[in-house]
Design a protein around this ligand. Structure first.
Ligand code: GUN
Length: 296
């Protein structure tokens, strides 16, 4: 039985990280610009704490400045907005990221739209979402979908005309992912929990992106032979050995025998998300200083 090619997100992210690092050295030495990323964490969501630590560490490794703001879970929305407005005015901060999810008493859209669109390295502000939708150049684009696209492009250079199915319709992954694939001239379907015949839809996909947050929901028999499979899911489940382990939304072992290329979990999409964030921060910093953004 043939096995799918593994799309190694760790290796691809490490190469992108190195390019960002080198470009940071150039803007530092030639323009006295140290790109800075501010990350805001509200509450103590365990996974978010890990993500924020990782983002901050990678940022410093790339030679950028990292500012982490931790706020209590019961912080008032007004106080969070005040912090964001301060970061908008702070010239040392070129990128602002508010880690999601936020506690229920805070209106996510008000917080995201308070971020200066030029510093919106998550690409979640309506202006950047609208730019992506309409194809206006200059959108800061959400990091996970950008990372997924880079992984897909590492497997296939010509995407035009391919049939892509994105399972999941979130603003963070599903919708922007679909738009990026559409920009590449794919024929795109967004499927979700209410889609009829979901398995049949998936079986049509030359490119299948799974972002539903349900452990191993997508079985091997949902996959078109030779398809490119990108698994955005990160789910912790109980293993047979009594320990927990991380799995994606795709049944990796089964899918690997059918797909042409597939991302592992962990070590697939996750590292690419962080590397794309560093890239966005560098691009945002260069734009704010009216410097040509380096080709990354
Ligand atoms: N929570 C899960 N993914 C993301 C992301 O890409 N950005 C932010 N800000 N929060 C998240």
């Amino acid at each position: 039985m043939s096995e799918a090619r593994l799309l190694d997100g760790k290796a691809l992210a490490s190469a992108l990280h190195a390019r960002v690092h080198d470009a940071v050295q150039v803007v530092k030495s030639q323009h006295h610009l140290t790109p800075g990323l501010a990350v805001v964490l509200v509450g103590e969501h365990p996974a978010s704490q890990v993500y924020v630590r990782t983002k901050s560490a990678r940022c410093r490794e790339a030679g950028m400045a990292s500012f982490v703001h931790r706020l209590p879970a019961d912080v008032r929305e007004q106080d969070l907005l005040t912090l964001i407005r301060g970061l908008n005015r702070n010239d040392d901060v070129h990128g602002i990221l508010v880690q999601l999810p936020l506690p229920d008493h805070i209106a996510e859209h008000r917080v995201l739209d308070a971020i200066d669109p030029d510093k919106d390295v998550d690409g979640f502000h309506v202006l950047n979402a609208g730019r992506l939708l309409t194809g206006v150049p200059g959108a800061l684009t959400p990091c996970t979908p950008v990372g997924c696209l880079l992984l897909i492009q590492s497997a296939v250079t010509e995407l035009a005309g391919l049939r892509a199915v994105v399972v999941g319709r979130s603003n963070i992954v599903g919708k922007p992912m679909a738009l990026l694939l559409l920009q590449q001239d794919c024929t795109v379907t967004i499927a979700h929990s209410r889609t009829r015949d979901l398995a049949d839809q998936c079986r049509q996909a030359d490119i299948l992106v799974a972002a539903v947050g349900r452990p191993q929901m997508i079985g091997g028999d949902w996959i078109k032979p030779g398809a490119i499979v990108v698994d955005v899911g990160i789910n912790r489940i109980d293993g047979s050995d009594g320990k927990t382990r991380l799995v994606g939304d795709v049944d990796f072992a089964a899918a690997r025998t059918v797909a042409g290329a597939i991302t592992p979990v962990p070590g697939g999409v996750g590292p690419m998300t962080v590397a794309s964030l560093l890239r966005n921060t560098l691009i945002a910093a260069c734009r704010q200083r009216r410097l040509e953004a380096p080709g990354l």
